[in-house]
Design a protein around this ligand. Structure first.
Ligand code: PMP
Length: 350
């Protein structure tokens, strides 16, 4: 008796459903509707299972090196992890170790407050304005850290690079994380600022734009002193985060620039088309710089639409949370999937 009081109790993050079945349309977790690069498929096919007998390279150097050269930066400026969730969690643990609150938006990636609670980091949410935009001036207060998803999730809204810089430059006393999970779909990256601001860390993922959510690769780019601190924490917790297969798959994905661009262009074109389709049905859609749409209908409750779509085996995301209760987040799928979605929505609204 009595051990219960020593247990770390947390309210976990709830990821979107992963329903099984082939006849569903899955637009609920911002995955890419297109397969990973054929070069990745080939790397996975050629992967000899016997290689798994040995531990992987703890530094994942091959992958770090590919990422560094892709972005024209040094290997010492790159950290990799098991999806950007792992990287972001490591960043919270490493950089947010003070008494002042870490600041992030009231409507943003709902893992941030979960990490803050898990690691007992004080935090404060900063309300977005009525158009769901971040106002840089709202961040002008003492902070133990700042986290900005750009483009933001689940709104898809982009904060201009000069506003990001405004926030970073006014907070030299704390680390600023810019979570660029969706930046490849149309955002302006803060990467160009890492040499100017040694308190900036930019986090990216292979899960969305590179169609590799299942392989789990994320990375951070920052001044090498920050990267060293991240590595020290990683090596104090789990040295072998990246599997041999993940390293190979990631390197192959980066080598295929053409396929990467092709998929992005298709998704961006479908996003724009789908925005028009939804607007024709009476939805208000926030202009998206990501691979998802955030939409509300003036006449029909989002929860009802969500449940109706589910009955038609179309999965989108809905949160029963203040301010966004009447919105749906819809991942951009293929043109065909989006046409089927539009048809179901028309039935729902009829
Ligand atoms: N950041 C944001 C804003 C996200 O929406 C997601 C996806 N859930 C992630 C990070 C994490 O993605 P992953 O761990 O697959 O890289």
């Amino acid at each position: 008796m009595g051990f219960e009081k020593n247990i770390r109790r947390v309210v976990p993050y709830v990821p979107g459903e992963q329903p099984s079945g082939t006849d569903i349309i899955k637009l609920n977790t911002n995955e890419n509707p297109y397969p990973p690069s054929p070069k990745t498929a080939e790397a996975i096919r050629n992967f000899a299972s016997d290689e798994n007998r040995l531990y992987p390279d703890p530094a994942a150097s091959e992958l770090v090196s590919a990422i560094a050269s892709e972005h024209g930066i040094r290997e010492s400026e790159v950290f990799v992890g098991v999806g950007s969730d792992d990287v972001l969690g490591m960043c919270f643990l490493t950089f947010f170790n003070g008494q002042l609150p870490v600041l992030f938006a009231d409507i943003t990636y709902s893992f941030y407050d979960v990490w803050a609670e898990l690691f007992r980091i004080p935090y404060e949410t900063v309300p977005l304005d009525d158009t769901f935009a971040i106002r840089p001036e709202d961040y002008e207060k003492p902070a133990g850290g700042i986290v900005i998803a750009n483009p933001n999730a689940p709104t898809g809204k982009l904060l201009p690079a000069e506003d990001i810089e405004k926030i970073i430059s006014r907070h030299p006393e704390c680390v600023v994380i810019v979570d660029e999970a969706y930046v490849d779909f149309g955002g302006e990256s803060a990467l160009g600022l890492i040499r100017r601001y040694n308190n900036l860390i930019v986090v990216r993922t292979f899960s969305k734009s590179r169609s590799l959510a299942g392989v789990r690769i994320g990375y951070a780019m920052a001044d090498e002193a920050l990267i060293r601190c991240l590595n020290d924490v990683k090596y104090s917790y789990n040295s072998y985060t990246m599997s041999r297969l993940a390293i190979k798959a990631g390197v192959a994905s980066i080598s295929d620039k053409e396929y990467f661009r092709e998929c992005l262009d298709k998704i961006i074109a479908t996003r724009e088309r789908s925005t028009v389709l939804l607007e024709k049905l009476g939805f208000q859609v926030i202009p998206s710089a990501s691979n998802f749409l955030f939409a509300t209908h003036p006449e029909k409750q989002a929860e009802d639409i969500f449940n109706y779509l589910k009955s038609r085996k179309i999965y989108v995301r809905w949160w029963n949370k203040p301010r966004i209760r009447n919105y749906l987040r819809i991942t951009v799928g293929t043109d065909e999937q989006m046409n089927l979605l539009a048809g179901a929505l028309a039935d729902c609204l009829a």
